[in-house]
Design a protein around this ligand. Structure first.
Ligand code: BF8
Ligand code: SF4
Length: 655
């Protein structure tokens, strides 16, 4: 029977009304989007999706089936699936860490007097982190300390024989687990190179050994690259504090020059955020007949500038093409990661210019204007002026800006959470730990990840989040999952009035916080680890990350980076619920290791649950299991037994 070519109704593909409206416009105009391409790719290769195709050497590609159980070299499916998985983790760790490297090098240049508009904006963050990374003599001028800290951070990349210093930021018991398991990562670059070596033809063949290396490489991201990226961003651009903004395609202005900045690295977007307020720019926009300039973000760049400037978020990953299809965007500025190569073609139907700015990333059809840090502010103004010039070319007949946007509060760094909970004099996680012990808050869920056209955009994430809130789970979010919550109206304190259980509501109302805390971009998943560590250090909830009532969730994801994040959560002792599985199902042994065996090694594992309500139930189950072991569940008769058990569990966990 011929396949039905009718496109799926937009309502089945996307959840929020702004995206429905623009997807309808796309269909009316005959635009090809990620959703259409998903349909044409709908028969995806089962060897790829099971991880059982190997193309590592040119005796292959080899595909493993019941009739052909071994590759030409003799590799079995477990070796092949594990190697493919390791290479995905490497991709994620490399992306986050290369982003971090750029920031460290920038800090060093700024400390040495680089012009261009950058500064050390948060000296407290500089001194605090310099102390944490072992920089001595902290009474020196900030520039000297910054150079020393940058050098320490560069050693996180280059260290050949010493484990990462960032591991020392984890609870002591967790460090013991890593040591005992032999997975303390050395320098990030070494881990990436070693993992590529180990997964090339004829090297590492034992699936557990390979997967342990995947976990080790992921740790080099979570406690290395991503942590470094968040720290240096805070020093250079300021540690985020709660700030209001707006989210969804309705943030674009009818009568303003619209610039959408998309990608990940804050180095340029920070400058755009500042330059857009320059008087010269405002004047130029008015002279061009506009009311001003609207800067808005997509993906993690959006999260970075929302967190620090309250700049509007136009949307998350699957909305990047939709933003262009509004016909109201003068320029989309892209750098690295999650920027679809389709953008210039979609933009070509309108007046929109797509400008690529990273030295390492070019896209056919985009204007390439590599960005020079030494002239950062001027380069940012040049880009904005170019967008202003393009305003006259906007075709209002093709323009439709949905009347949908939601207010949000972003900016919940760990510092900000401490301050919010305890005020200036008693800033700490104590009130959170107390609320968890009293049962007013059942536990904490860190919900992260992307959107993926395989499922209706944002729907799993939103349904699961709402379900957890009803059951008094405090939610920490990053990345595109955070933007999804913004669109659903969950990132404002008022959401606590209607969306959450009684206990969580009381806590949120007392401190004036939203029930979902937006903690930033995907590198800021390191902030979730930092928050979890604060919970351990504050006391009363166990002595390791594997004991606190906290769970990670990646409801919908698509990027290698999400795999790496999941791995560093699990290896840090935090269970992770996934809405869909990895490409590993060709190997029962690899699947067993990640979904069960990992628990023996790290005290946590992955759990797959394709239904959001069942996913929420799994999260609650995991949280309750941890509460049980801590002896803080309401069943008081179990408390004493559990407290005794907990000590035993703890001894066993300290492998
Ligand atoms: O790093 S959540 S789609 S934007 S990968 Fe990409 Fe996924 Fe969004 Fe940020 Ni993270
Ligand atoms: Fe085939 Fe082995 Fe080469 Fe992989 S490494 S392509 S399994 S021969």
């Amino acid at each position: 029977m011929a396949k039905d070519k009718t496109p799926k109704p937009p309502e089945l593909r996307v959840l929020d009304p702004a995206s429905v409206e623009i997807l309808k416009k796309a269909q009316d105009e005959g635009r090809n989007t990620v959703f259409d391409r998903m349909d044409t790719q709908s028969v995806q290769c089962k060897f790829g999706s099971q991880g059982s195709c190997c193309r590592i050497c040119h005796m292959g590609p080899c595909r493993i089936t019941a009739k052909t159980p071994l590759g030409v070299c003799g590799a079995d499916v477990h070796t092949i699936v594990a190697r493919n998985y390791l290479r995905e983790v490497v991709g994620g760790a490399a992306a986050h860490s290369d982003h971090a490297r750029g920031l460290v090098l920038l800090l060093k240049k700024v400390a040495r007097g680089l012009e261009g508009g950058y500064a050390i904006r948060d000296e407290n963050a500089l001194r605090r982190n310099a102390a944490a990374y072992g920089v001595e003599d902290l009474d020196r001028p900030k520039e000297e300390i910054a150079i020393d800290l940058a050098d320490r951070m560069l050693e996180e990349f280059t260290s050949q024989e010493e484990p990462l210093k960032g591991l020392g930021l984890a609870p002591v018991n967790r460090q013991g687990v890593w040591r005992k398991q032999g997975i303390e990562p050395l320098g990030i670059d070494r881990m990436v190179v070693e993992s590529m070596h180990r997964s090339t033809m004829g090297v590492d063949h034992d699936h557990v050994h390979i997967l342990q290396q995947a976990m080790r490489t992921a740790l080099a991201d979570g406690w290395g690259g991503s942590r470094v990226a968040s720290i240096i961003s805070d020093i250079l651009f300021g540690t985020p504090q709660p700030v209001r903004g707006d989210v969804n395609l309705g943030v674009l202005g009818e009568n303003t020059v619209n610039i959408v900045v998309h990608g990940h690295e804050p180095i340029l977007s920070e400058m755009l955020a500042i330059a857009v307020r320059d008087e010269e720019i405002e004047t130029a926009a008015v002279q061009a007949g506009a009311d001003g300039v609207t800067l808005a973000g997509i993906c993690c760049t959006a999260n970075e500038i929302l967190m620090r400037h309250g700049i509007a978020v136009a949307g998350n990953f699957l909305q990047q093409e939709l933003a262009l299809i509004t016909g109201a965007v003068e320029m989309m500025v892209v750098d690295v990661q999650c920027c679809m190569p389709s953008l210039p073609e979609v933009a070509a139907a309108y007046h929109t210019e797509v400008v690529s700015t990273s030295e390492i990333a070019q896209t056919t059809g985009a204007v390439h204007m590599p960005f020079d840090e030494e002239r950062a502010y001027e380069d940012a103004k040049t880009l904005i002026r170019r967008a202003i010039d393009n305003y006259k070319n906007r075709d209002r007949g093709k323009m439709a800006i949905p009347d949908h946007k939601r207010p949000v509060v972003g900016g919940f760094s760990v510092d900000a959470i401490k301050y919010m909970l305890g005020g200036a004099f008693r800033a700490s996680f104590r009130p959170l730990n107390d609320a968890i012990m009293q049962g007013r808050i059942r536990g904490v869920a860190g919900i992260v990840g992307c959107s993926n056209p395989k499922t209706q955009m944002d729907s799993y994430t939103t349904a699961l989040t709402r379900e957890l809130l009803k059951h008094n789970v405090l939610v920490l979010k990053t990345g595109c999952a955070a933007i999804a919550s913004g669109k659903a109206g969950l990132l404002i304190p008022e959401a606590a009035f209607s969306e959450v259980g009684q206990g969580l509501r009381e806590v949120c109302e007392a401190v004036g916080m939203p029930p979902v805390l937006h903690m930033g971009s995907c590198v800021d998943n390191s902030r979730i680890l930092e928050a979890a560590t604060e919970m351990v250090l504050e006391g009363g909830l166990g002595e390791d990350l594997s004991e606190i009532p906290a769970v990670g969730v990646a409801p919908v994801w698509m990027s290698e980076k999400a795999i790496t994040i999941g791995c560093y959560f699990v290896t840090s002792g935090i269970d992770v619920v996934l809405g869909h599985p990895f490409h590993i199902e060709g190997s029962d042994k690899v699947t067993e290791f990640l979904n069960e065996g990992a628990r023996e090694h790290y005290g946590a594992s992955f759990h797959i649950q394709p239904d959001p309500i069942a996913g929420a139930a799994k999260v609650l189950d995991l949280i309750d299991g941890r509460r049980d072991r801590l002896g803080i569940n309401k069943k008081s008769e179990r408390k004493l037994v559990d407290m005794k058990d907990r000590r035993e569990v703890h001894v066993e966990a300290d492998l």
